[in-house]
Write a protein that binds this ligand. Structure first.
Ligand SMILES: [Zn+2]
Ligand SMILES: [Zn+2]
Length: 236
């Protein structure tokens, strides 16, 4: 990635030797990259988890929850799987295998340096196939990608590239070993929902931000410029 965190050298930028935003060199003179993107594979971690018989059983929570929901519980929201969107995905033949994983992805900006803007972006995956009491435990949160900053990324999407590649593999299905059933199977995983703070979601959705004229992610309401302090507002 660029030494100033402008972009990751992936996809169409794969062969670049200079950052197209800040013109900094990608490599040292000895050919080594000046900065690497911190990324941890989701696929490898899922494979490791399914290999373990105990964990493999725990990962059946989604299946067990949706199968054992009583008649009375039908209109109650007890978990993410009670939302209509999950039912719609089931109708579209997503999650055919009890082991298929439903993720919640989150992206948040963190201020870890003494600056006023968000400077470090963390992508975290929550595995909804785990029971609720285990799901948000520190050891079960899957940090997959960190955009380290301290400068604002210029091409935010380029950093997502390795993550999107893995999710594409997981959508089609990968070969995985189930330590509980002692069999090889095709594992699929999909993202059920994205969460995050507003500045982060704006970046994921390629929006311009809450100080711009078209800052809303739901409608086309246009902001007005306050001449005195040169800020765009949404007076309501
Ligand atoms: Zn750069
Ligand atoms: Zn709006």
């Amino acid at each position: 990635m660029c030494v100033n965190s402008c972009c990751a050298f992936v996809g169409v930028l794969e062969n670049e030797t200079k950052c197209k935003f800040c013109k900094e060199d990608r490599y040292y003179s000895n050919g080594k990259a000046r900065k690497n993107l911190p990324f941890t594979s989701i696929i490898e971690r899922l494979k490791l988890q399914f290999k373990n018989p105990e964990r493999s059983k725990e990962l059946l929570y989604r299946h067990n929850y949706t199968c054992n929901k009583g008649e009375f519980a039908h209109n109650n929201i007890g978990d993410i799987f009670d939302r209509q969107i999950y039912q719609e995905l089931l109708n579209d033949e997503y999650f055919p295998d009890p082991r298929d994983i439903a993720f919640t992805a989150s992206c948040d900006g963190y201020q870890i340096f003494r600056q006023k803007t968000d400077d470090c972006w963390v992508f975290l995956f929550l595995n909804n196939n785990l029971p609720q009491e285990l799901r948000v435990k520190k050891e079960n949160l899957m940090v997959t990608l960190i955009i380290p900053g301290p400068k604002q990324p210029q091409d935010f999407n380029s950093f997502l590239y390795p993550l999107i590649q893995e999710m594409k593999f997981l959508q089609d299905g990968i070969s995985c070993y189930d330590g509980n059933k002692e069999e090889q199977f095709t594992l699929r995983a999909n993202i059920l929902a994205w969460t995050g703070d507003i500045p982060a979601l704006l970046k994921v959705l390629c929006l311009t931000g809450h100080n711009s004229y078209s800052g809303c992610r739901f409608c086309n309401l246009r902001g007005t410029l306050n001449e005195t302090n040169r800020h765009v507002y949404y007076p309501l």
